[in-house]
Design a protein around this ligand. Structure first.
Ligand code: FMN
Length: 326
């Protein structure tokens, strides 16, 4: 692929996060400047068996311009079938197909998927080719990318060589999270690994790991030479990570309320707003008691009342000016 053709150069992307990056989350991220957002990872076997619940994870909401769909699995023929089906169903709202070769969860790796593929470069390359073939079957020319980790076991870095194998198989970009699968989320992400992958391949590299602020993202671009940065946990209660804006307390409470309404409108399970409350209210006056109350909320109105209460507490504190609250 022509590196200059990658449309996300120097951009920040909303990373795939199972149980988090649903339509509401993605709409919020994009409205704050994420150049692209990924679906939660979706099982190719689940699509093969045609469950509606699985499809719900990857059909974009009308408010989303497009969507990067992340698939996981171990069987190249299921990837081909799934990719063709996704391309047909999403049409020009499919931005790219990403293959998960990074997930360290045993439930995923024991079937040979996710980070288990880091031990199987031949199968991994076959999966990239199968996705390309599936897109061809559906007449789609979107990119096939893969998301990898540093390696499967501590001190056994395979990422640079593994990324080369994927590039040769036709991957248009590689996302690299600079931790070993064995680390889960412990320790620090090694940005040196992001640099080594960038130096090993000609296709654009998407850096991932420990980007918790807009400045971190700019530093990752600068220090690693990666083309694009992907943010996951740094978006928790902080969609401004994409723009670099420093939100006021009022803006944070308003964003929480908007997020709650979006969850409601998109038919999401409202329990998701409980963790959102913890994230958006973090460090605000009364945060601990608000978090405690959030656990007892179960519908949108209850969460919206909680947002109003957060505003009252903040007004009583010192950092929200009365005019901010109108
Ligand atoms: C709750 C959670 C769910 C995740 N789910 C996925 C996933 O479905 N697919 C994937 O490739 N990575 C997943 N990740 C990994 C992130 O995309 C990202 O690579 C990793 O968290 C490191 O980036 P960060 O330091 O910005 O969080 C997940 C991470 C978290 C915390």
């Amino acid at each position: 692929m022509d590196r200059t053709a990658w449309p996300y150069r120097n951009a920040l992307l909303m990373a795939p996060m199972a149980g988090v990056s649903d339509a509401a989350y993605r709409i919020i991220a994009r409205s704050h400047g994420a150049a692209l957002a990924y679906s939660e990872m979706v099982s190719v076997a689940g699509l093969h068996y045609g469950s509606d619940k699985t499809w719900d994870l990857l059909v974009p909401n009308d408010a989303e311009p497009d969507l990067a769909v992340q698939l996981f699995g171990a069987d190249p023929s299921q990837f081909r079938e799934a990719t063709a089906a996704v391309a047909r169903r999403l049409g020009n709202r499919l931005a790219l197909i990403d293959i998960n070769m990074a997930c360290p969860v045993p439930k995923v790796t024991k079937g040979g998927a996710g980070a288990a593929l880091l031990d199987e470069p031949t199968i991994a390359a076959e999966i990239v080719r199968a996705c390309r073939a599936g897109l061809d079957d559906a007449g789609s020319d979107v990119a096939v990318t893969a998301k990898i980790r540093r390696g499967r076991r501590t001190d056994e870095e395979v990422a640079p060589f593994f990324a080369q194998a994927l590039e040769q198989a036709g991957a248009s970009a590689i996302a690299i999270h600079g931790r070993y699968a064995s680390q889960l989320y412990r320790g620090e992400a090694d940005w040196g690994c992001v640099r080594r992958v960038t130096e090993a391949v000609g296709v654009p590299v998407i850096g991932s790991g420990d980007v918790f602020s807009h400045d971190d993202a700019l530093r990752m671009l600068e220090e690693t030479g990666c083309a694009t940065v992907m943010v996951a946990r740094g978006t928790y209660g902080n969609p401004w990570v994409f723009s670099g804006h420093e939100p006021t307390t009022k803006e944070r409470i308003d964003a929480f309320a908007r997020h709650v309404r979006l969850l409601d409108q998109t038919g999401a399970h409202m329990a998701r707003a409980r963790s959102l409350a913890g994230w958006y209210f973090k460090g605000m006056p009364g945060a601990a008691s608000l978090r405690g109350e959030a656990v007892r909320c179960s519908n949108a109105n209850e969460f919206l009342s909680l947002a109003e209460r957060a505003l009252v507490i903040a007004r009583a504190g010192s950092d929200v000016q009365p005019e901010e609250c109108e």
